[in-house]
Design a protein around this ligand. Sequence first.
Ligand code: CAA
Length: 240
Amino acid sequence: MTKIALVTGGTRGIGASISSNLKDSGYTVIANYASNDESAENFSKENNIEVMKWDVSNYEQTKSCISEIYNKYSSIDILINNAGITQDAPLHKMTVEKWNKVISVNLNSVFNVTSSVINKMRENGFGRIINISSVNGQKGQFGQTNYAATKSALIGFTKSLALESASKGITSNVICPGYINTEMVAAIREDILKSIIDTIPSKRLGEANEIAEMVSYLVSEKASYINGATFSVNGGLWMD
Ligand code: CAA
């Protein structure tokens, strides 16, 4: 039977590339999304991937949507926690709304979704969990105390989960993308983005498929002994 993969924020940006790459590798993919119906429908049609709308920052919604998935499919074997947003501002201008929103979507979501699938993975004796962090969780970034805090947190979450789950055939790893050619990065002010690219040794943005390829390897059988690891994919911007 084909393995079932759930990708949060899986219809746009890095998530869309991960979803389509996993599908091409033979997995059955469910791509979650939060709000943009039009791009989700287009993505679904173009890639023949099932999409499912819910807010991963909402615990009750997440529990209920994941039980719907379990009613339809016997298992969720692969979980890619990719959903994330930015609401950048230096701390002296950071509102509590921006702080809370980013913490909920980027970090609480990972608890909500992972805690909803972990018990069945443990029962099945197999699971692959990959959390999408960021170079800015490793090095910090001006204007991102909220975002960087969540992305660093994912590294600690991943390592702790790896310790708890290794004996049950579950691996938990984290990828830290650098600046990737997506709408999120395109939203950075042009002059600021140019100055960021100047600091990247590769002198270019990464492509979403360069993250998706790493994901596809980490979920494969070949990667069974890789657990609790952090992978930097950032053109040399930060070496950790
Ligand atoms: N280091 C030091 N000082 C900086 C700075 C930096 N990187 N960036 C700005 N400053 C200084 C400016 O020089 C300016 O100083 P003066 O007041 O003395 O002139 C001051 O800070 C204010 O700068 P801005 O005009 O930029 O401030 P702002 O409030 O208009 O904008 C900001 C703040 C929105 C955070 C803007 O700086 C910004 O967009 N920065 C980029 C943040 C970023 O990289 N986000 C990544 C988004 S993509 C992503 O997150 C994906 C991923 O995982 C990589």
